[in-house]
Write a protein that binds this ligand. Structure first.
Ligand code: GAP
Length: 444
């Protein structure tokens, strides 16, 4: 990845309608990103591939889609209210704020270049707090007459910082309605929100992002073997994404760096253009979460093992994927530059099953109605069959190829005069740029 620059990938994704800065038209909102037509196509394919691999193809996985807003007790019981924080320092010269563990606090401030003159670190909770319902009361100060708003503390809620808790809170519902055999997993995909102190590196550290998570419930005696099985499944999935194996690394997270709930965590890191960074994590969460729910809610989270009638609170292995970091790994792995006929070419060598469009159909010449009519017919047949098929009749054929290369379309189909005679079309391959004449049956 050393030769791929993040700024080139960011520029392509903006130029070609994959990913835009959130609220761009108003100057942006840091840490938020909007997906354009091609970005949403890529993202949905990645999320669908994950669901297929981890849920649909298995008979021990159950899906849920829980509400983002949850009772505040969820986040008290899970430990997030007390401990989900990062160390914050402020530059005393310019008041810019940084995550203390991400900067050198003995060097001048990144923002104003003065100092170093930083405040002592303090813990900053990363959950976005909100209030549910019409809970604000206007109060007028008796002395200065100033108005202020107070909120009923019972109305406090948070935008979920992980999808995991929506799974744990549905553990009993799934048991009662399906009574699955142990081990089994509950999977969820959806938005998560973290008020990151310094969102940075494109979508890598965002304030709003998506997660794909599984809580896999196991007998405590079997956690180690299940951990290894889920790790192996994770590698299979990374293979399906087409990520180069030599860019993927396993990190056994040391005790002092693990989240408060984990007894073992393996991070899968990826060689991004910004360096080797966490792509996803697999954690052994023990019975930490179900135990806390049981304690705080007073409701039993026990599972009765079929056959032996042993009662236990299952332990949990959690593979947790970030969608944005996966997309960034896929885009950075696919980004290529080469030279064609003395000109620089940029293309995305996306795997066919992830590419926003699988084919682009064009008439050789736009001003020949018979070619356009035939090309439209071919386009309709392929669109009906595959859905994600593009139509392009703008500019000359070379320019069309370049445009499709840049968005990763694996094959461009051109309808020319020979098509009218014998029904064959030319298919041009994105990666090799080679062209072949084939019949329509071969294309479909
Ligand atoms: N439920 C466990 C959990 O949330 P985590 O390591 O905090 O664990 C899991 O997050 C994954 O979510 C990360 O490996 C990463 O892919 C993604 N993620 C976390 N914070 C993120 C952020 N600010 N922006 C984008 N992705 C993030």
């Amino acid at each position: 990845m050393a030769d791929v620059r993040l700024e080139d990938v960011v520029s392509l994704t903006k130029r070609r309608g994959f990913i835009f800065q959130g609220s761009d038209v108003y100057g942006g909102l840091a840490g938020t990103w909007d997906y354009g037509p091609l970005g949403v196509a890529l993202k949905r394919r990645i999320m669908a591939l994950w669901w297929e691999h981890f849920v649909n193809k298995r008979d021990d996985m159950y899906g849920v889609d829980a509400a983002i807003l949850m009772n505040q007790k969820v986040w008290q019981a899970s430990g997030h209210v007390d401990t989900f924080s990062d160390p914050l320092v402020e530059c005393r010269e310019c008041c810019a704020r940084f995550r203390a563990d991400k900067i050198n606090i003995n060097a001048p401030c990144e923002n104003c270049k003065k100092g170093p003159n930083f405040s002592d670190p303090r813990q900053f909770n990363m959950m976005f707090k909100t209030f549910v319902g019409p809970s604000a009361n206007a109060e007028v100060d008796a002395e200065d007459g100033k108005k202020s708003l107070t909120y009923d503390p019972h109305s406090v809620s948070y935008l979920r910082p992980e999808t995991a808790q929506g799974i744990f809170t549905n553990f009993k519902n799934v048991i009662d309605s399906f009574y699955p055999d142990l081990p089994f997993g509950i999977a969820q995909q959806g938005k998560a929100f973290r008020n990151e102190i310094s969102p940075r590196d494109f979508v890598f550290r965002s304030r709003e992002f998506e997660q794909m998570e599984i809580e896999y419930f196991v007998h405590p005696d079997t956690w180690e073997e299940n951990f290894e099985k889920l790790l192996a499944m994770t590698y299979e999935f990374l293979g399906k994404l087409g990520l180069p194996a030599d860019k993927i690394h396993e990190l056994e997270v040391p005790d002092e760096d693990r989240a408060h709930y984990s007894k073992r965590t393996v991070d899968i890191e990826f060689d991004y253009p910004i360096g080797r960074e966490e792509l996803l994590g697999i954690a052994y969460r023990t019975d930490f979460d179900l135990g806390n729910i049981q304690r705080v809610s007073g409701k039993g989270m026990e599972y009765t093992v079929k056959g032996t009638n042993e009662k236990l609170v299952p332990h949990v292995i959690e593979p947790s994927f970030g969608v944005e970091r996966t997309i960034m790994a896929v885009l950075c792995s696919a980004y290529r530059e080469d030279e064609q006929n003395g000109e620089k070419r940029v293309y995305l060598a996306l795997p066919e099953h992830l590419a926003p469009y699988v084919f682009c159909v064009s008439p050789l010449l736009k001003n020949k109605p018979e070619l356009v009519e035939k090309a439209r017919e071919v386009y309709r047949v392929l669109k009906e069959k595959h859905g994600n098929v593009a139509w392009d009749d703008n500019g000359n054929i070379g320019k069309r190829y370049r445009r499709q290369d840049e968005i990763g379309t694996p094959a461009c189909i051109v309808i020319d005069f020979q098509t009218l005679e014998d029904g064959t079309v030319t298919v041009r391959d994105r990666d090799s740029t080679e062209q072949k004449r084939v019949t329509m049956e071969e294309v479909s």
